[in-house]
Write a protein that binds this ligand. Structure first.
Ligand code: DAH
Length: 374
């Protein structure tokens, strides 16, 4: 390239040694661009070359003093130089930006595998915790977990369970009836988890061992009753099942759940339409100290019994071949006793102070405690 005879004063340090020889200007510019270590330095180089008073801009300004022929030739050369420098600046800017982004990503790295900060962690609601414990304890005894619909037809909720039409549980005032489709069975919000006995026996062949933790509904509301509450049903069906199995299973469970291997339990004769014989199970407690499992008073804790032959027959099982037992307990009740919670209504108030106090860390796994449930 020809030498262009121009005199001008370089404005900025990076260009201080520049001459007016175009290849030299270009190579000096490239050196300065490559040496710019950050966007600000690169900008200074750009201004020194292409800014209003920059070196290349000054060259362009002098074109007017040249002859038309020279202007055409030199103009093309200077413009080519300007284009080349612009491209080099853009390329360097892209590199610097990529480097800056990589540095930021490295500096601001977030470890998404870290557990949440403990002070911000929520807690597992005591009802959920109890259901997890029931699942673990009965799971260790070979029980699976079943779930079923909250909206239940009256055959599964009452009829198939041998509950007669005059039974008080069927009264409108005790139960939430829903509008059923024309021609179909009346439907209720299930009043207990026992309909899952029917659904399980119809769907599976013995041997059957399941528990059913879930929501249940009754039109009750005071310090010890809520219109929505939770129960856990248990069902065992096989050949040769006796009351001894029922007793052994429930005693083992109660000892494990209340974490007291010497817990005293009592089986008291009672009545449920779907079991024969039926019984209520009490645990010992001390009225004065509140101690659970020992003492001279008794607390009713759950209902149980041997499956009524009519119920087995309603599910297509021959009562002469298969026997079984069932039990049902209130999840709130056993939770209140285990943790000393005095008022049922507080379970559903979502008071974060209460939840922090009675809740369990989500990081604390359910264990089998020191009980006898193996
Ligand atoms: N379903 C009964 C209730 O809600 C509880 C119950 C009693 C369930 C005896 C059972 C049982 O499985 O055998 O009051």
């Amino acid at each position: 390239m020809r030498r262009v005879c121009l005199t001008f004063r370089p404005l900025h340090a990076p260009c201080a040694a520049m001459s007016d020889d175009l290849p030299t200007i270009e190579s000096q510019a490239r050196t300065a661009i490559a040496a710019a270590g950050d966007p600000a330095a690169l900008d200074a180089v750009r201004i020194a070359l292409l800014g209003k008073t920059g070196q290349v801009t000054a060259l362009l300004k002098t074109l007017g003093s040249l002859t038309p022929d020279e202007r055409k030739r030199v103009g093309a050369e200077v413009n080519a130089l300007k284009t080349a420098i612009s491209a080099a600046l853009d390329a360097r800017r892209a590199v610097l930006e990529a480097e800056a982004l990589a540095a930021r990503l490295a500096a601001e790295r977030i470890d998404v595998t870290l557990p949440g900060r403990p002070d911000r962690a929520g807690t597992i609601h005591p009802i959920s915790r109890t259901m997890e414990e029931l699942t673990a304890l009965f799971g260790a005894m070979g029980f699976g977990v079943k779930e079923g619909p909250d909206i239940e037809d009256d055959w599964h909720n009452f009829g198939a369970l041998n509950i007669p039409s005059h039974h008080p549980a069927r009264a409108m005032m005790d139960t939430f009836y829903l509008d059923a489709a024309a021609g179909s069975r009346p439907v209720v919000l299930r009043t207990h988890t026992s309909p899952l006995q029917i659904r399980t026996m119809l769907a599976e062949t013995p041997p059957i061992r399941v528990i059913v933790p879930g929501r249940t509904y009754r039109s009750d509301h005071d310090a010890t009753h809520s219109p929505m509450f939770h129960q856990c049903e248990g069902l065992v069906i096989d050949r040769g099942i006796t009351l001894a199995h029922l007793k052994g299973c429930l005693i083992d469970f109660l000892r494990a759940f209340f974490e007291r291997p010497d817990l005293k339990a009592r089986f008291r004769s009672s009545y449920f339409p779907f079991t024969e014989p039926s019984m209520e199970v009490d645990i010992a407690w001390d009225r004065k100290s509140g101690e659970i499992g020992g003492g001279s008073d008794w607390l009713e804790i759950l209902g149980a019994g041997m499956i009524h032959p009519n119920v087995l027959a309603n599910c297509g099982l021959d009562p002469r071949e298969f026997q079984g037992f069932a039990f049902g307990m209130g999840v709130e009740r056993i939770t209140m006793l285990k943790h000393g919670i005095p008022d049922l209504r507080t379970f559903y108030e979502s008071d974060v102070r209460w939840l922090a106090h009675y809740g369990t860390s989500p990081l604390a796994p359910v264990t089998l405690h020191e009980g006898d449930a193996r």
